[in-house]
Design a protein around this ligand. Sequence first.
Ligand code: NAG
Ligand code: NAG
Ligand code: NAG
Ligand code: NAG
Ligand code: NAG
Ligand code: NAG
Ligand code: NAG
Ligand code: NAG
Length: 470
Amino acid sequence: MFAFLCGALILLAFEPGLSAAEVKFKYAIKEFSVPLDHFSFLNNTSFNIRYLYNDSYADKSNVKSPIFFYTGNEGDIEWFAQNSGFVWELADKLRAVVVFAEHRYYGKSMPFGSDTFNSSKPEHLAYFTVEQALEDYAMLITYLRDGRQLPVVAFGGSYGGMLSAWFRMKYPHIVIGALAASAPILQFPGLTPCEIFNRITTTVYETAYNANCSANIGKSWKAFETLAANDAGKKQLGDLFHLCDPIKNADDLNEFLDFLEDVYGNLAMANYPYNSTFLAPLPPNPVRQLCFYLKDLHQKDDDLIKSMASALAVYTNYTGTEKCVDYKYSKSGDTLDNKGWDIQTCNQMVMPFCSNSSDTMYRTKDWNLKDFTEKCYKKYQLTPKPYDIELRYGGNNLEAVSNIIFSNGLLDPWSGGGVLQAPNNQVHVIILPEGAHHLDLRQSNPLDPPSVVDARQREAAIIAGWINEA
Ligand SMILES: *[C@@H]1O[C@H](CO)[C@@H](O)[C@H](O)[C@H]1NC(C)=O
Ligand SMILES: *[C@@H]1O[C@H](CO)[C@@H](O)[C@H](O)[C@H]1NC(C)=O
Ligand SMILES: *[C@@H]1O[C@H](CO)[C@@H](O)[C@H](O)[C@H]1NC(C)=O
Ligand SMILES: *[C@@H]1O[C@H](CO)[C@@H](O)[C@H](O)[C@H]1NC(C)=O
Ligand SMILES: *[C@@H]1O[C@H](CO)[C@@H](O)[C@H](O)[C@H]1NC(C)=O
Ligand SMILES: *[C@@H]1O[C@H](CO)[C@@H](O)[C@H](O)[C@H]1NC(C)=O
Ligand SMILES: *[C@@H]1O[C@H](CO)[C@@H](O)[C@H](O)[C@H]1NC(C)=O
Ligand SMILES: *[C@@H]1O[C@H](CO)[C@@H](O)[C@H](O)[C@H]1NC(C)=O
């Protein structure tokens, strides 16, 4: 989640190289050649996307063996595979082939190799669209089916869930249905109020421990500014929070405060009931843990800021091995996968975020298309099309859609942009009152709340029904 963007679907606080302990599911890693541009006949250049493949669960004698196809999103596909245990568990139960496809321009699926994001070649970004990615998936499935009428179910979480839903909408002859977990397909201009993400996050912090948590955070912005008004205070802030780069000026301070806002959003997304390494190594119920340090309403700025430092470490130093806190996105935000998402928000995925300090714990910030467009053009020579997704995928007009499960956890700030009401009885809406960001898509855990266990059972039954009908 980039400070100047506010609200990417994920921000990797660490490089997602998988440690041995994180590798729970195994697969073969393969490559598949796709046209660079599916929609032009003038240029037949191609490149390879990666996909993960495991057919050990499938019944090889079944001529209608299902394929579970994860429509990869904004990152290295192995990381999504390890964080989507439900797909594997269900494949075991329903005897499906498992495929996780990597989204073009992410992970190792770079159309121009290490030159893909070369800023002196903006033309390299021309093929970085939702439609090109979906067409990659359609071709890969067609290749894997090899002429057989195998039922394929699409899966995805977050942006991957948006892709799985859109894939079913546009390619109903290729996928019999889709599980779209925490897929904010309505988080676009004119469809959802821009402050909803920050409002939901505020509610999560108000209720995680006690209401002093969000009140302290709301007061902290001014306390930080007061402290950082002089050089001694700036230094104190750097020392107290163990910042990698000192706070030298107002821009640094602002970047640090943006970083804090992003941390609050990320913690709400990854607010799982057990420890996890989804966005960063985190304890169980991390928002509650953070709020524990902010349970007393502080009147004095010093006390407040000291408590904030302890609280922040829940996110930045749960392992106790971090040397310093890297709040500068100009450095950490520049990993290739984070850059990829930033680029997508500058073409089609225009998701406005704003906040008002009078009804949230955030600073007041507005959003306007003009400034956003100027920034995008300056950075990538791209001009965003804010209504493109609505035009192509229908916005709220989903009456013609069938066989999609939209699941949303009400503790997830992204649920505000999710589909919470079914447009017809072939679209299933599953609400998880105690769920954070696509908790249902994760591997079962003894600490899962009953609503999540129940949601997975319903999802399994619906998907089994689609397969039986096919
Ligand atoms: C597929 O998953 C099964 C079950 O976890 C595992 O035994 C097998 O080695 C995996 N296949 C590959 C190719 O990794
Ligand atoms: C096709 O596209 C590639 C990549 O943009 C470019 O290098 C190549 O020159 C193009 N070929 C033609 C015939 O336009
Ligand atoms: C593009 O098509 C031409 C004509 O069929 C062929 O000679 C060339 O090898 C193709 N290039 C690629 C990259 O497939
Ligand atoms: C970007 O492209 C230019 C022009 O081809 C080249 O000189 C430069 O080395 C490239 N930069 C990177 C980081 O690859
Ligand atoms: C998570 O908790 C388990 C069990 O308490 C522990 O073994 C594991 O090391 C923890 N993982 C992390 C990343 O802290
Ligand atoms: C908030 O903090 C104040 C001061 O420490 C304390 O008296 C009060 O009980 C706290 N509020 C709640 C709801 O715990
Ligand atoms: C992380 O925790 C360790 C152990 O308590 C401490 O030595 C280190 O300074 C902490 N790092 C940060 C960035 O807070
Ligand atoms: C914030 O909310 C207050 C109270 O509802 C309202 O008066 C004010 O105009 C809002 N500010 C912005 C920037 O929307």
